[in-house]
Design a protein around this ligand. Structure first.
Ligand code: CDP
Length: 226
């Protein structure tokens, strides 16, 4: 069976990660959360307590190892061999991840790693620039969107499940909008819908139905090329 690359892009809270995970599992594909990689770089930088500049980041990138591993509890993100899956979702990382992701040397290093991870494998990759930059020839490109209300509600629920209660709905919505603006207006690989991507608005969809839509689109392509 020939395997394809499925690129899922979209703004924060549009459902990329949860959709990508389900689709990958159903197709027996690997799942790569590129946001987790940028988050791990951000966490590593926060730990240095150094200013944010090219020199500090160049040194940092030379010395860090980022790995995504499958585990019984789902995918885990490792930074220098340690599981940082929870830490990379902190409010602090959320605050700095966009400025760090906009830096050219960070993007070059991560895109390189992402392409290597997907070599010869059926893969579902989610992020901001997968269909435009990382895999412009991906067989299936999906662009997920959702209203700001739906996205902020999802993030609020995610925080509540983790016991983080220090942010209100309005604060979360503001942060998401700021991150969207930063991600879509940056110079290198801004968040944008690839011309050939299929857009799905998930505001009123259940996770199950959006995953099913993507899976069906993928199966159609897979069956056609085999
Ligand atoms: O889960 P959520 O949508 O909030 O974010 P994420 O996918 O974990 O990505 C976090 C941040 O990493 C984004 O806001 C982008 O600034 C950056 N990112 C990126 O620049 N390129 C990617 N391919 C993935 C994430």
């Amino acid at each position: 069976m020939k395997k394809i690359i499925i690129a899922i892009d979209g703004p924060a809270g549009s459902g990329k990660t949860s959709t990508a995970k389900i689709v990958a599992e159903r197709l027996g594909y690997i799942y790569i959360d590129t946001g987790a990689m940028y988050r791990a770089v951000t966490l590593a930088w926060l730990r240095t307590k150094q200013p944010l500049n090219n020199e500090v980041l160049t040194e940092l990138l030379k010395n860090i190892k980022i790995e995504l591993e499958a585990s019984p509890k789902g995918q885990i993100t490792k930074l220098n061999g340690n599981d940082v899956s929870d830490e990379i979702r902190s409010v602090e990382v959320n605050k700095y991840v966009s400025p760090i992701s906009a830096v050219e040397i960070v993007r070059t290093a991560m895109v390189d790693l992402q392409r290597k991870l997907a070599i010869n494998k059926g893969c579902v990759m989610d992020g901001r620039d997968i269909g435009t930059t990382v895999f412009p020839n991906a067989e299936l490109k999906i662009y997920l969107t959702a209203s700001i209300g739906a996205r902020a509600k999802r993030r609020l629920n995610e925080y509540m499940e983790k016991g983080i209660k220090d942010l209100s709905f309005d604060e979360i919505a503001t942060q998401i909008l700021e991150r969207d603006k930063f991600d879509s207006t940056r110079e290198i690989s801004p968040l944008t819908k690839a011309k050939d991507a299929i857009e799905i608005d998930t505001s009123d969809l259940t996770l199950e139905s959006q995953a099913e839509m993507v899976e069906k689109l993928a199966l159609k392509i897979i069956n056609n090329i085999n």
